[in-house]
Design a protein around this ligand. Sequence first.
Ligand SMILES: C[S@@+](CC[C@H](N)C(=O)[O-])C[C@H]1O[C@@H](n2cnc3c(N)ncnc32)[C@H](O)[C@@H]1O
Length: 249
Amino acid sequence: MGTDPYRSHSAAYANARRPDPRIAACIRSALTGCRSVANIGAGAGSYEPSDVDVIAIEPSWSMLSQRAHDSAPVVQGRAESLPLRDRSVDAALAVLTLHHWQDQGRGLRECLRVARRRVLLLTFDPAAGKGFWLTRDYFPEIQEWDNRQFPPLEQLQGWLGPISTEAIAIPADCIDGFLGAYWRRPWAYLDAQVRAGMSTFAKIHRLKEGLEHLRRDLESGIWEQRYGHLRTSDTLDIGYRLVVKHCGS
Ligand SMILES: C[S@@+](CC[C@H](N)C(=O)[O-])C[C@H]1O[C@@H](n2cnc3c(N)ncnc32)[C@H](O)[C@@H]1O
């Protein structure tokens, strides 16, 4: 089964990653008409709708142990080999997990196999997110990693067939502490507890240099000169996309 990347910082992760209600509303709306959902790469259960039948699939024991006692039933498993029968749920849902899968094409074929009506992915489009100040100016290594790990929309279309995509603008006070969540709160990235909810920071080699660069620019006012205009925006499109595949299309 390999090592569990969430084992060492599971408590910090759970603290940092809570569902944001505005993003939850976008996901819930895209699930309209679906009465049963397989939440794949479910983690601790964020974004699982409470008014439909949910079966959660998650490989990590650390994540499984963080699920609330009254959360949906969960099976330990991976996207690449879903422990579900063909066409057994209305929708397969995968939120910010695709970039972790070892074989994304195989995992998505599995989603198409088990879902009767819809496959829904919340993912990141590297082309749409390449202008994000954090990764472009301070952590280009993360951009390189993103380019390798997040499939471009054309690739998703190759695997899934026709899809629709919706840009998910990230609220300035986003509650879910994923990488882009703090686009208007730049000082937050200097906080190790905040970064503990962002698995990509653990994968790069030039973390210290990037943090020092950011701290310098914040203290000197350079960040403010370049990006202070962002303070007037309440949401920002930094490349997160809700991808919807209608089965049978
Ligand atoms: C960033 S977390 C997202 C969790 C949850 N969907 C959320 O939005 O909070 C990524 C999750 O993908 C899971 N994961 C990693 N490899 C996977 C695989 N091959 N199949 C399914 N899930 C996987 C991880 O264990 C982790 O729980």
